[in-house]
Design a binder for this molecule. Sequence first.
Ligand SMILES: Cc1cc2nc3c(=O)[nH]c(=O)nc-3n(C[C@H](O)[C@H](O)[C@H](O)COP(=O)(O)OP(=O)(O)OC[C@H]3O[C@@H](n4cnc5c(N)ncnc54)[C@H](O)[C@@H]3O)c2cc1C
Length: 506
Amino acid sequence: MTGRYPDAVDVVIVGSGPAGSAYARILSEQAPSATIAMLEAGPTVSDPPGAHVKNIADPDALARAQRRSEGPGAGAAAVSSPGAVKAGERRARPGTFLLDDGYAQPGEDGLPVAAFSSNVGGMSAHWTAACPRPGDSERIGFLDDEGVLDELLAEGDRLLGVTADAFDAAPFSGLVRERLAAVVDAGRPEERRVQRMPLAVHRRDDGRLAWSGSDVVLGDVTRANPGFALHDESLVTRVLLADGVASGVEVRDRRDGSTHAIAARHVVVAADALRTPQVLWASGIRPAALGRYLNDQAQIVFASRLRDVSGASEESGDGALSETSGVSWVPFTEELPFHGQIMQWDTSPIPIADDDPIVPGSIVGLGLFCAKDLQASDRVAFDAATLDAFGMPAMRIHYTLTDADRAVIGRAKDEIVRLGRAVGEPLDARPFVMPLGASLHYQGTVRMGAEDDGASVCDPCSEVWDAPGVFVAGNGVIPTATACNPTLTSVALAVRGARRIAERLA
Ligand SMILES: Cc1cc2nc3c(=O)[nH]c(=O)nc-3n(C[C@H](O)[C@H](O)[C@H](O)COP(=O)(O)OP(=O)(O)OC[C@H]3O[C@@H](n4cnc5c(N)ncnc54)[C@H](O)[C@@H]3O)c2cc1C
């Protein structure tokens, strides 16, 4: 042991979000004698470690857990309700923090609200848990042979605890889907029609909803694994290489500032799509595609009020998604290249007259996410001369929308109004385009490729081309421009990488 860390393990996992946790879970199942150290820069904020903070019943304890996840941004004013989000200010969502600088370069669009979470569980302690499957060009062609991708996605569903029925008792969900389907479904194959949103949520025996976080991905098998240990407040500053092959990591204990080395033949960097390339870059692992093909999903929002519905009025106060609300999905297709996430609310994002009580579930928030036109020049770069709040090389984001992106956003604005009118009476005068980065779905920075052609960082099992034993995980691995929420896909890709390590350790 050095400090609180082991001298050597079989596998080090950097980051405790759902992608890193998927490695720990599969290894616990398939290589039960392997020793695994999971190193997480942030603190443990929930119990079991990695649990979604929405499962914390006490509102003060929940708010504390969110603040403790916000790293250097803790305590900054946050936006929570859709109305506030639509103000377009540079503010983070609860549980996340923004870059102080480097989020845009002169003359570029940048990602003004690129956000991070630093806590055990990462962003999955704060997420909405939507887990749709990618379709059409969102899919990874070279993994589509013989159903490989679908089998991995099914494993992703298992690890994340995805269900489609948690909101079945929500009022008017069927009606919302019926009205959307009437204007969307014609000509679509069944799996791309309007449907319930698959969610990583289940209903507990006492009837309350339980949101999946990394705790669910880790599962009892990992928690009971004597070879597995989670070390929080532990920042990995570098991956160590010996003759170009993974040999371990350097870790800084954030409790006392001491630095330690842990030897390992397998290192999985699952530190989110912006910090995974940061760790590789700081380690001198710099393939040409590192940090490039960065893509965020431009997000357009709009709100409508269901017409012709009645029910008991109910105050829910804070505009948060409540138990009586439903979530519906309008899948991405080539013809309509947007992913639709349709959420029912009990309160309105904009003021409504006091004598006009809101029927629970009757406010429909529509969100369309657009797939980016990929460019190698969209990238996160690093500045060795400037350190960020964690002491790592500072990020410099280069990001521009293309003419094709602007055309798709224009189409999405028309489409969202059409959908809003189909479900009810629009509450907004016009759709709102969120500041770039608001999707929280950053991809492409450590992308997977079928071959080492300079346009990818890792192979189809997520192992870095030029650094055997170094694996990358998370949304940055996804090589396609998806419009749908990406976590299910990145957990699916992590399953494959973990299987490769398990085979080697067998
Ligand atoms: C409000 C909100 C709503 C969302 N809704 C959805 C949704 O509905 N569907 C969906 O698919 N996605 C959603 N997301 C995004 C989703 O949470 C992320 O896609 C997912 O958590 C990514 O998993 P990950 O493991 O790759 O990274 P993260 O969950 O971001 O975890 C990475 C972890 O790595 C740690 N780390 C970073 N650097 C280091 C280092 N050097 N050393 C040690 N540790 C480090 C970080 O502290 C962090 O805890 C949402 C996110 C938020 C915040």
